[in-house]
Design a protein around this ligand. Structure first.
Ligand code: SF4
Length: 767
């Protein structure tokens, strides 16, 4: 055991981001905005860019936008970085706008998967795009990562292409694609990129840029964590194991029990320990001639270990690669698909994950896609480094309207959303199966220092136009996981659990909200700051562990309504989502109401629910509707399950299997809500109060044998009479602002869409 009790201070074995020798071009200094034209390059004194980032989002120079983070990070390393944002993809010409990059093209579809950005959960096309000036849709192609990569290759065929962003990250292996209803190949194969970076890519992109600058060919860069590529040569010295053999016993690896005590270890070695209360004939002395001394053996599940001397020492890195079933196998066999998904998810902890390999193609055309283990999380000092980079905190001036403003016709809604908010951490250990944040950012929380966060609040106060004193969020993927994590680095490195909070809060998880409370107090005491709101989703099962936090939140940081996401009331879907039971919601509600009353405030909880999630029966939705009615809730907006690439729930949707358990041909099947009719019914239950849904609900309730819920009394779900309503019209007004008792059944962190209240898309995740 070590003395590290806060995950923020666990030592991480990785080269610090700030430790690289700067590239010679650092002499050009820092650009106010990264250039988007040759004219801007000339003004900076550049004759060329070292790296050009191509992105599907408008360029907003703010740490919430991927291209800005990566661009500023590379600039801080001394490279000249240009941006090509939302280029016309019909030809290669727009991709030559900044000339030929000296080192590589960095390609990303943007902050969202381009298909999620463009289509609704019912696969209907959207007309808007929150990442585009004026909220206009259609400024990026479908499957933008592939299209942009192809155009970059056409523009300059000898320039390496490094693909990143969420679209690439979550399509790194063969994956189910909801929009084509097919299993697609790894995006590395389709985009023909030289390297794919998955997860948060600062570490990988910095190392790759310096190695390319040192003239190393991109084909030889095969050892960087968080990368995937088509394997070009046989890899010497690696041991390959078949994934179906490692998942034989229900877990990927029979690693040493991280909770094993010395007494257990002694027993395992045929000896006994003096401190073993269970040892009937425990010896008085350890070395009495009969007792075997305990041999401490290294935990094979750990690839690295800590020493007293310098804390960071590399032990033998396990050269093991797990071979997943091939693309052709997972495409044609849902059981193998579910198995591959399960193995991938069990290999996501940077402390013990092994490399994965998956064949694409057969015979002479076969190629292997190699996926290195995930990136090592950033330390707090590195998080500060990333967030303290010199962002202009504004969209590029090219997007300004005739008056030089970004607030009117050319407003970028996603920027508007985060304009006065501060991201305090990354990662999520919740593991909700419908969300891919863990697969992307990992479940180890990476937190900024309080100092760095406070500095950013002050920068918003002092420099951001339009600031009126309210910070709209101090959050991240989750509002209340700041500086929380496993108690020790050893246990964290050995763990393969998909969630630290499901099916209950892990006994090894630190749950103290003190650092967060301290930060809230300091931020709201700043001169010129009138209010700090918390807009990110709250993990309420964690929050109830700290009533003091709930009190702080409710008393000072709720703007009348607090969004939380029970997602469902029934165990069937909740166990497939890995979400806590509704009883925990009730506990939180009690605290919320108590502290609101004490503070003399009228405040309301806004619960969010998902319809049609895998594992949801029609009866589950009916029970949820009854609960909603009983509790006086009416959903304005309805979220139906959206199968996003690589999420565990998507694997359930595609295969009908439950990858949370060991997969066999006989293993548990999951009820999948497919087809328009059944999805419509599940949505209709959420909007039981909408008369347009009543005919459908009456028919369903009768066939379910629950006609007793049809009637005109208070205890009935829907009435017997049918008012006159226009086809397609709703009897409830769509409103972006919830009223008491009105709820939205989704939250995504973006402003509500003006589309008749049928839902909106966005970046932040549900908790
Ligand atoms: S599940 Fe428990 S043991 Fe595993 S990382 Fe989380 S807190 Fe640690």
């Amino acid at each position: 055991m070590t003395s590290y009790s806060d995950v923020s201070f666990f030592p991480r074995i990785a080269k610090p981001l700030a430790s690289y020798k700067k590239y010679w071009a650092a002499r050009f200094g820092t650009a106010k905005f990264l250039p988007m034209s040759k004219k801007e390059m000339a003004a900076l004194g550049w004759d060329s860019c070292d790296i050009i980032l191509v992105t599907g989002d408008a360029y907003v120079d703010h740490p919430s936008f991927g291209m800005a983070v990566i661009g500023r990070m590379l600039e801080a390393q001394g490279f000249r970085v240009g941006i090509i944002a939302q280029p016309d993809w019909q030809s290669a010409e727009p991709f030559k706008a900044l000339g030929k990059p000296n080192l590589f093209f960095g390609v990303t579809a943007g902050n969202m998967d381009s298909m999620i950005n463009r289509y609704t959960a019912d696969r209907k096309i959207r007309s808007d795009d929150a990442y585009t000036p004026g909220d206009v849709g259609g400024k990026r192609p479908d499957r933008a990562a592939i299209v942009y990569s192809q155009r970059c290759r056409e523009a300059y065929k000898d320039v390496p292409i490094v693909l990143g962003g969420i679209e690439g990250s979550l399509r790194r292996i063969a994956h189910y694609d909801y929009w084509s209803d097919k299993v697609r190949r790894s995006i590395v194969v389709d985009a023909k990129s030289d390297l794919l970076l998955y997860g948060n890519a600062e570490r990988a992109i910095v190392e790759i840029a310096h190695r390319l600058a040192a003239k190393e060919p991109i084909t030889s860069i095969t050892d960087v964590r968080g990368t995937a590529f088509v394997q070009r040569t046989n890899r010497e010295g690696w041991v390959e194991i078949d994934s179906s053999s490692v998942d034989e016993i229900g877990r990927v690896d029979q690693h040493v029990n991280p909770y094993m005590m010395s007494a257990d270890l002694a027993r395992a070695q045929g000896g006994a320990c003096v401190q073993d209360p269970d040892a009937a004939d425990a010896p008085v002395g350890l070395m009495d001639g009969k007792t075997k001394p305990i041999q401490f053996v290294p935990n094979p599940a750990l690839k690295t270990s800590l020493t007293h001397k310098n804390n960071l020492v590399k032990t033998d890195k396990d050269k093991t690669v797990i071979r997943l079933p091939s693309y052709e196998q997972v495409k044609s066999d849902p059981v193998l698909y579910a198995h591959a998904s399960r193995v991938l998810h069990l290999e996501t902890n940077p402390g013990n994950a092994r490399a994965l390999v998956q064949a694409h193609g057969e015979g002479t055309t076969a190629k292997d896609v190699w996926i290195n283990p995930p990136p090592i999380p950033l330390t707090t000092a590195e998080m500060d480094y990333v967030f303290d980079l010199p962002y202009a905190r504004s969209p590029h001036p090219a997007y300004a309207d005739a008056n030089g403003s970004h607030d009117h016709a050319t407003k970028i809604p996603a920027w508007e959303m985060i304009r006065f908010s501060v991201n305090i951490m990354r990662g999520c250990f919740g593991g909700c199966t419908f969300c891919s944040i863990t697969e992307h950012e990992g479940r180890i929380i990476q937190s900024r220092s309080e100092e760095s966060v406070i500095k950013e609040v002050e920068a918003i106060r002092d420099t951001v136009k339009g600031f009126t004193g309210t910070i709209s969020d101090l959050g991240g993927p989750t509002a209340n996981m700041y500086r929380l994590g496993c108690k020790t680095p050893e246990i964290e490195a050995a763990c393969r659990k998909p969630s630290c909070v499901y099916p209950g809060i892990c006994q090894n998880l630190t749950t103290s909200h003190d650092p967060l409370i301290h930060m809230y107090r300091r931020a709201r005491a700043l001169k010129g700051v009138k209010k700090i709101l918390i807009g990110s989703g709250l993990r309420y099962d964690l929050a109830v562990k700290s009533p003091e936090y709930v009190k702080e939140l409710v008393t000072h940081h709720v703007g009348g309504y607090l969004k939380i996401a029970p997602e469902h009331t029934e165990q069937g879907p909740l166990t497939k989502m890995m979400k806590p039971g509704i009883g925990t919601y009730d506990k939180f509600k009690t605290l919320f109401e108590k502290y609101s009353l004490e503070a003399g405030k009228k405040q309301y909880l806004i619960p969010y629910f998902i319809a049609a999630h895998p594992g949801t029966s029609d009866e589950d939705m009916m029970h949820l509707a009854v609960w909603l009615k009983k509790n006086g809730f009416r959903a304005d907006q309805v979220q139906t399950f959206y199968p996003s690439p690589m999420a565990t729930a998507t694997a359930m949707y595609h295969t009908g299997k439950n990858p949370l358990r060991k997969i066999t041909r006989e293993s548990e099947s999951v009820d999948i809500v497919r087809g328009d009719k059944r999805r419509r019914l599940h949505k209709a239950f959420l909007r039981y109060h909408d008369a347009t849904n009543w005919p459908l609900l009456r028919e369903a309730l009768k066939s379910m044998g629950r006609a007793d819920l049809i009637g005109n009394g208070k205890h009935h779900l829907i009435p017997t009479f049918q008012p006159l309503v226009k086809t397609g019209a709703s009897t409830t007004a769509a409103s972006s602002k919830p009223k008491k008792g009105n709820i939205q059944t989704q939250h995504t962190g973006l402003p509500p869409r003006d589309n008749g209240g049928k839902g909106f898309k966005g970046g932040k995740t549900r908790k």
